[in-house]
Design a protein around this ligand. Structure first.
Ligand code: GLU
Ligand code: MG
Length: 440
């Protein structure tokens, strides 16, 4: 009989990836052996990492140098096992908050920025946000003839679609629907609503999971907002509802326009008021502005629309078939964002904007019904910036939006994005689309 003892340290082991997401909205982090992960485990991080731009280098003129140490502290409530991705081993995965080495929160952690905004919304107004993200993306390597929403396109995308939905189910990402979208080889995946931070965590992971499943099938999926000049846009739509601690829908008021309560109307008014100043936070790529144009079912103007897909904030239709209660369902959809945006930062800024609307008791946003009349009634609607460079100017000069971000975060964001504008400027639009499609 062998006298060799079983040595646990030589046994095959799985890994746990500790993750964060940065200004470029790319998922980053490192892995430990799962058997070594304890409740107290953290991993090392560096302040200057925040300055890594889309091109993969730390940009110059940021407030972080070669010194300083941080930790990614896992939020074990976000732990899950990623399963069902063809050709990939199961992987334990956990999002973390970035903290100093003494455990104090780091002001530039986007996940913490969101959590602080949500806490303020709850503390001051007793409001809890529930969210669900819808993601559109394009299969760059599909060759079959695509027809919008068609069963034929649905079938042509198999077995990728089934693999993807199963991987999402097995990984706890709660997919809701899957469809061939309008654009050429464009698809959309939606998830069930969840608490706001969890919804953003899912949004971050879904993008990686989609790219993984496609890549296992020899295809490249991209969340870039536009893959070819003049083509359909791919958006990231955020559904959100406002409820109190008893779960009552605070957005509902049967007697008001659009059945939107005064409270929710002020929250949305805050978002609309500051949206031109925060456009670079939700549409942060040069090509984002090819998508945010009129008549593209995305949004070029800041308005609240009843069931209108050109609205920046849409009142989502309720389904009342069979006597279903609309009161529980009424909620909003923010339609301006795209896959270049960090979901924590993006939702954090929407919450801050809404919160300011509530604090200042802004007049509820006007509910626009029907199609826009740009020659008449809606001529004066506020337009969103039409380029990244204009959007960055707006952010830099903003009265409020810039104060929601720690100055070091703002400075780094602006530096990365200004440089991105400079680097993209000599490229043709087609080349810019390709560069972003590769990155996202
Ligand atoms: N593709 C559109 C966008 O860029 C949205 C289409 C839709 O309403 O789903 O946001
Ligand atoms: Mg869609």
């Amino acid at each position: 009989m062998s006298n060799i003892q079983h040595d646990a340290t030589h046994a095959p082991a799985g890994m746990t990836f500790f993750a964060t997401s940065d200004i470029t909205a790319l998922t980053k982090g490192r892995a430990l052996l799962t058997r070594n992960v304890t409740e107290g485990s953290t991993i090392g991080w560096v302040p200057a990492n925040l300055g890594i731009g889309t091109h993969g280098h730390i940009v110059d003129e940021i407030p972080f140098g070669s010194t300083g140490d941080l930790r990614i502290k896992p939020d074990f409530a976000s732990r899950r096992t990623i399963r069902g991705v063809p050709d990939q081993p199961d992987l334990d995965f956990v999002f973390g908050d970035i903290v100093h080495t003494d455990g104090q929160p780091w002001s530039c952690c986007a996940r913490t920025i969101l959590k602080d905004a949500l806490a303020a919304l709850h503390d001051e107004f007793g409001i809890t946000l529930t969210c669900a993200f819808e993601h559109e993306f394009v299969d760059r390597d599909a060759t079959y003839p695509h027809h919008p929403f068609s069963f034929r396109s649905f079938r042509s995308a198999e077995p990728i679609g089934t693999q993807l939905l199963n991987a999402m189910v097995e990984s706890g990402l709660e997919p809701e629907s899957w469809l061939p979208e309008y654009g050429h080889h464009q698809f959309e995946i939606t998830t069930r609503p969840s608490a706001a931070v969890e919804a953003c965590d899912r949004a971050i992971l879904i993008r990686d999971l989609v790219r993984d499943v496609y890549s296992a099938n020899g295809h490249r999926a991209t969340f870039s907002p536009v893959v070819e000049p003049g083509g359909s846009g791919s958006g990231v739509h955020i559904h959100f509802s406002l409820s109190d601690d008893e779960g009552r829908n605070l957005a509902w008021d049967a007697d008001r326009p659009g059945r939107v309560s005064e409270l929710a109307g002020s929250f949305v008014a805050g978002i609309l008021r500051d949206s031109p100043d925060m456009t670079s936070l939700f549409a942060p790529l040069t090509v984002s502005y090819q998508r945010l144009v009129p008549s593209n079912w995305s949004s070029a103007r800041a308005f609240l629309g009843l069931h209108n897909r050109e609205a920046l904030v849409r009142i989502v239709p309720t389904v009342e078939i069979g006597g279903r209660d609309p009161q529980k369902q009424l909620h909003f959809e923010f339609r301006g964002a795209d896959g270049g945006a960090n979901p924590w930062l993006l939702l954090g800024s929407l919450v801050r904007a809404g919160l300011e609307g509530l604090r200042e008791e802004l007049a509820p946003a006007e509910v626009i019904t029907g199609e826009l009349d740009m020659e008449g009634a809606h001529r004066e609607l506020t337009a969103l910036p039409s380029s990244l460079s204009e959007a960055l100017d707006r952010l830099e000069q903003s009265e409020r939006v810039r104060t929601w971000l720690p100055s070091e975060y703002l400075q780094t964001f602006l530096r990365i994005k200004r440089l991105e504008v400079e680097e993209m400027a000599p490229l043709s639009l087609t080349q810019q689309c390709e560069a972003y499609a590769d990155a996202y």
